[in-house]
Write a new protein. Structure first.
Length: 63
C-alpha cells in the first residue's frame, strides 16, 4: 500500500470521513469534533503521512 492510502486508513480510524474532493486536496472531516484535515492528492510521501498523523494527534489532544 502506498503512503497516501495508509494515511486515509489512519484518518478513518480516527473518525474522519471524506467530505469532498478538490483539485489538489481531498478534505476529510470528523463530524463529531468538526475538525477538517486536507489530504494532498499528488506527490504524497512518508513525510506527508507523518504530518497527517501529527494533525490527527493535535486535533484529538494527544501530542
Amino acid at each position: 500500500m502506498n503512503q497516501r492510502m495508509l494515511a486515509i486508513i489512519d484518518l478513518k480510524k480516527a473518525g474522519y470521513v471524506l467530505e469532498r474532493h478538490g483539485a489538489n486536496h481531498d478534505i476529510y472531516r470528523n463530524y463529531v469534533t468538526g475538525d477538517k484535515i486536507p489530504l494532498k492528492r499528488h506527490d504524497f510521501n512518508n513525510n506527508d503521512r507523518k504530518y497527517i498523523n501529527k494533525e490527527i494527534r493535535k486535533k484529538h489532544g494527544k501530542n
